[in-house]
Design a protein around this ligand. Structure first.
Ligand SMILES: Nc1ncnc2c1ncn2[C@@H]1O[C@H](COP(=O)(O)OP(=O)(O)O)[C@@H](O)[C@H]1O
Ligand SMILES: NC(=O)OP(=O)(O)O
Length: 316
């Protein structure tokens, strides 16, 4: 049986604007094409921080220019970002597969993810969205009532609440498409955050972390592997320090210890290691890999990347 893999794509797989995205997705499609050609069954999730910020600003400008237009809520901006990114990614993958004479359809699924309205994340915005700003631009935004944070030494960005995903609403559809042999892009941008009120789902003003949503996707699909593709080949302890050490394999217990020791930056590497640990610990035989986008195939074959391995590996 084909190994089932959930791929979480980071910012470098998509770029920061329309022109960058058109180019980046071609590169990304090659990396994913390698996995599909090697026989893996793949589901793809992706981030949306820069894109959802851009859409939100554009929608705000539209409303300012013409107050008769609706104020577009963040949940709708996330839905728009799934369509915008999915459109480019789906087309790039379609072309890549056709070039390889692989006859598989690619589909982007608008995906909603239930969150808890009482999640403490709503009181403490941490998810960076939109473009990087100077300190002066950030101060101006704060005066307008927005939350802003310094993002891992790279500049200032607006931040928004990022509750944990509880349940992927369209899970059955994702399974059906995957079982039918299709390549599925789902839970883009972490999924559209929704709050369940009886049968009604109400959009929530938040952006879910795609690493956590991908972990939920991988668990619900009983995937063999969660592969988180980002801009570094491996995870390090003492990152950027003279005693930096790149890691090949981490047990769940080691990953937990390194998290507690503060080796992984909040908002960048920490959610990836937390999601990887959660997946690896969730059932016997599950492995999570964090590596470079370009090294996806080598990572899954075990020749590079950082692997977080679960209980069965630990007891060997
Ligand atoms: N301990 C660590 N090991 C490796 N990279 C780290 C570590 N801590 C922080 N990082 C940074 O985290 C980045 C990945 O996070 P980010 O850029 O937010 O991811 P994404 O690919 O999802 O957009 C890496 O490129 C690296 O600069
Ligand atoms: N939603 C999300 O996790 O986006 P980024 O990966 O761009 O931060």
């Amino acid at each position: 049986m084909a190994k089932r893999v959930v791929i979480a794509l980071g910012g470098n797989a998509l770029g920061n604007n329309l022109a960058e995205q058109m180019l980046a997705v071609k590169h990304t499609a090659r990396a994913i094409g390698d996995l599909i050609e090697a026989g893996y069954e793949v589901v793809i999730s992706h981030g949306n921080g820069p894109q959802v910020g851009m859409i939100n600003v554009a929608m705000g400008e539209m409303h300012k220019a013409n107050p008769e237009t609706s104020v577009i809520p963040m949940s709708v901006c996330v839905a728009m970002s799934q369509g915008y990114i999915g459109y480019d990614l789906q087309n790039a993958l379609r072309e890549e597969l056709l070039n390889r004479s692989i006859t598989k359809s690619v589909v982007t699924l608008i995906t909603q993810v239930e969150v808890d309205p009482n999640d403490k994340a709503f009181d403490n915005p941490t998810k960076p969205i939109g473009r990087f700003m100077t300190k002066e631009e950030a101060d101006e935004l704060v005066l307008k009532g927005y939350s802003v944070m310094e993002d891992a030494g790279r500049g200032y960005r607006r931040v928004i609440a990022s509750p944990r995903p509880k349940r992927i609403i369209e899970m059955e559809t994702i399974k059906t498409l995957l079982d039918a042999g299709q390549v599925v892009i789902a839970a883009g941008g972490g999924g559209i955050p929704v709050i369940a009120k009886g049968n009604h789902l109400s959009g929530s003003g938040a952006v879910i972390d795609k690493d956590f949503a991908s972990c939920e996707l991988a668990k619900a699909l009983h995937a063999d592997c969660l592969i988180i593709l980002t801009a570094v080949e491996k995870v390090a302890i003492n990152f950027n320090k003279p005693n930096e050490k790149w890691l090949d394999t981490l047990t769940v217990a080691e990953a937990q210890k390194y998290i507690e020791e503060g080796h992984f930056a909040k908002g960048s590497m920490l959610p990836k290691v937390e999601a990887a640990l959660d997946f690896a610990a969730s059932s016997v035989g599950r492995t999570a890999i964090i590596t470079l986008l370009e090294k996806a195939k080598e990572g899954i074959e075990g020749s590079t990347g950082t692997r977080i391995v679960g209980v069965d590996h630990e007891s060997k």
